[in-house]
Ligand binder design. Structure first.
Ligand code: SF4
Length: 245
């Protein structure tokens, strides 16, 4: 064994290289949002947050890239689990596009469904959406159900499944979701409101669910906006933050 192995210099170099390797594997091409092209996974989010995302372009930090990477690892695990069962995986990462030919600019909803599946020997196809999560929910989360609706509509499926996998113990829950026209119509309406607000360059009123603000990249900008807007129509989440600070 070389006398240098295990010396502080070698250890430091190895430590640096390991850190670089992990950081590099987490680097993602930041997907710059384009006006007129919206994402099924975002449309349920606070409409003001989405407006900021499109106006400013969202850079994905390494911490967030890590969250995406964990999601990818779980997806691979679930895909392989289904492939070795009585479930036939017809396609994975299935691209979808929905076009609304609006004036003055068309609106596209582009995304990828995790998997298209069917029980072996049966004809009915389903969309499967995989979600890694800290704690298994008792009901499917609303924004996940809504995201799934875009895939169901685009892939002409009457129903799908949201499959949750708990990060710490790999416990799972599977929820069937039936397509509901009213849910889909409300989502399309929401996408159109966002589209119009971006075209007109007018900030929409925030409509976050109670947990969203904690994870929002635009807390500071929004806090200022909310502070200015209190007399008009306060956003209860941002308002709470303003008074708390
Ligand atoms: S801080 Fe909350 S209300 Fe404000 S933009 Fe973000 S999610 Fe929306």
């Amino acid at each position: 064994m070389s006398e240098n192995v295990g010396s502080d210099g070698f250890l430091e170099e190895a430590l640096k290289r390991i850190g670089e390797a992990i950081s590099n594997s987490l680097k993602r091409e930041a997907e710059k949002p384009t006006f007129g092209v919206y994402r099924p996974s975002l449309i349920s989010a606070c409409i003001l947050r989405q407006w900021f995302i499109y106006k400013k372009g969202l850079a994905i930090s390494e911490e967030k890239a890590g969250i995406f990477k964990i999601g990818e690892l779980f997806h691979n695990f679930l895909e392989n689990a289904l492939k070795t069962s009585q479930i036939e995986v017809l396609a994975v990462e299935v691209p979808i596009q929905i076009l609304l030919p609006l004036q003055p600019a068309p609106l596209w909803i582009n995304g990828k469904a995790d998997a298209l599946i069917r029980v072996k020997g049966e004809g009915e196809k389903y969309v499967a959406e995989f979600k890694s999560i800290r704690r298994l929910p008792e009901q499917p989360l609303r924004h996940h159900v809504e995201q799934l609706h875009f895939y169901l509509a685009a892939l002409n499926c009457q129903a799908g499944f949201i499959i949750y996998l708990e990060k710490s113990a790999l416990r799972h829950s599977v929820f069937p979701v039936k397509f509901e026209q009213a849910v889909f119509n409300a989502l399309i309406d929401r996408a159109q409101r966002l589209h119009k607000a971006l075209i007109d360059n007018e900030k929409p009123e925030p409509d976050a669910q109670s947990w969203e603000c904690r994870f929002c990249e635009f807390k500071n900008e929004c806090k200022k906006e909310a502070g200015q807007a209190h007399d008009r129509k306060p956003c209860r989440h941002c308002f709470a933050k303003v008074v708390a600070d």
